[in-house]
Design a protein around this ligand. Sequence first.
Ligand code: DGL
Length: 262
Amino acid sequence: MSVPPTILVFDSGLGGLTVLREIVLARPDAHYVYVADDAFFPYGHHGEDQIIARVVPLIGELIEAHAPDLVVIACNTASTLVMSHLRGEYNVPFVGTVPAIKPACASSKTKRVSVLGTRGTIKREYTRRLIHDFAQGCEVTLVGSAELASLAEAALSGNEVSDADIFAELAPCFVESGGARTDTIVLACTHYPLLLDRLVRLAPWPVDWINPAPAIARRVSDLLGAAGRESDEAGAEMIFTSGRPHTLSRALVPFFGGRVPA
Ligand code: DGL
């Protein structure tokens, strides 16, 4: 039997699980290592130099420790900064997660698109460039949220999160201008799909929510080449950089395609 490929999925916290679950569906044959850099969460509150100085050497240590066949940076706040640094330093294929502005603008009928991300992602030159190159005549509203990633972590951890707190972060995405309304919202932070049911319920009017995770999974699968025929029996590993034991195992099992993260 062939050795399953190891895919390392990295995020500042639990948001990258929304990317992981799509990759697991596409590649049940792989072995997974999920790393949450919770010791430095939330990335959205750190400066650009701090994030580069944190993530680039940390990924080097993780490559050394786990010898992955491919690394997914399942975090927009990091990917919009570090991908070229990582590719320059390490000889492993990398897949990043960046705001899905191009498909959102291509599919918007009202030509009103909002991008909801961390304040860091929204400020990035990278994000501005995507809009410049791919807005395709759309009016793009950038919404930097200070709290939504933390609210998503809290909700997944079983804590009470109020509708009012979520709505306060979401409301600026809904814009009416020149007789047209926002019809498409880019989820430009991997934490936000954790709250999708609530975002849909709280939306003042229906919109399309763009989550790039399935496209990322297809990219990962293409890069790995033909899938093995069997699901990986070795389970999955979950690592918190704070070293805290994870008490969330049961809640996390669905994200790992039924594997219990060790
Ligand atoms: N999950 C991260 C992202 O996609 C951000 C959360 C944070 O602020 O750490 O941007």
